[in-house]
Design a protein around this ligand. Sequence first.
Ligand code: KMH
Ligand code: ZN
Length: 310
Amino acid sequence: MKNENKIIITCAVTGAIHTPTMSPYLPLKPEEIAEEAVKAAEAGAAIVHIHARDPKTGIPTSDVNVFREILSRIKEKSDVVICPTTGGGLGMTVEERIRVVPELKPEIASFNMGSMNFALHHLIEKYKEFKFDWEKQYLEMSRDFIFRNTFKDLEHIAKTFYENETKPELECYDVGHIYNAAYLLSTGVLKPPLHIQFVHGILGGIGTHLEDLMHMKRTADRLFGGNFTWSVIGAGRFEFGLCTAGLILGGHVRVGMEDNLYLGKGRLAKSNAEMVEKMVRIARELGREPATPDEARKILGLKGKDKVNF
Ligand code: KMH
Ligand code: ZN
């Protein structure tokens, strides 16, 4: 089967949006996050997207040592492509967020394409009590939070990525972010071919309607022609529907507990692997075969797993 038919499934195993109270299955400790990532890869994920959490409390952390532990544990057991976050979590500085790139030199990492509101406070009302003290405060803090990615930041982040041969995965949460990418491409700050992730359903970004995805895709097609690769995220209950639309349109997809905790209505996913398995079933039914990690490396033009620093 040719590479065009291959679908890269990314699994985002823990993130920095959901908190421990929301699911007992959310991996928190480095060994749990690594284990979930390895199992997601065995289920068919070619890329795992990684955030780190404090081993004791589960609060998102930018501690490079925790990232290093997670990434090396995964690499020991799997050849999956490892994509750490540079979006981090609420309240982290840009410098703290991007430290993983020069320190660990990953093949690919997330690269957030603009400043925005990134709100989680609306999730509070769903829970009567929280397991850890930090959770409610963390979610509430997002009411007044600006996810900072100014043009100055973006130039600095891009330079850091290219110095370390790390491919940027451009997280676009709205149409304006695609124009930001086009501008930075025209000034040489970003280098082609771009890899774009259309992120739908974050409060502060574009919604989860099919028209929203079509608009993002049409805009990227118009600005970049055929010279880009792309993937879709649908946050919350729209995850599988929007990913299915993306795969029909020829894109790649991302699933996992960072974006959604449920396998179906009222049914918490017990593992990230279950979510990948569901996506693999849908893909195969619709004639797309999951890419292996090495096929994903080829499709995205990554430097290779022997060139990372962990
Ligand atoms: N949090 C997701 C909606 C990042 O980690 O840099 C997008 C994301 C960004 O994964
Ligand atoms: Zn993330």
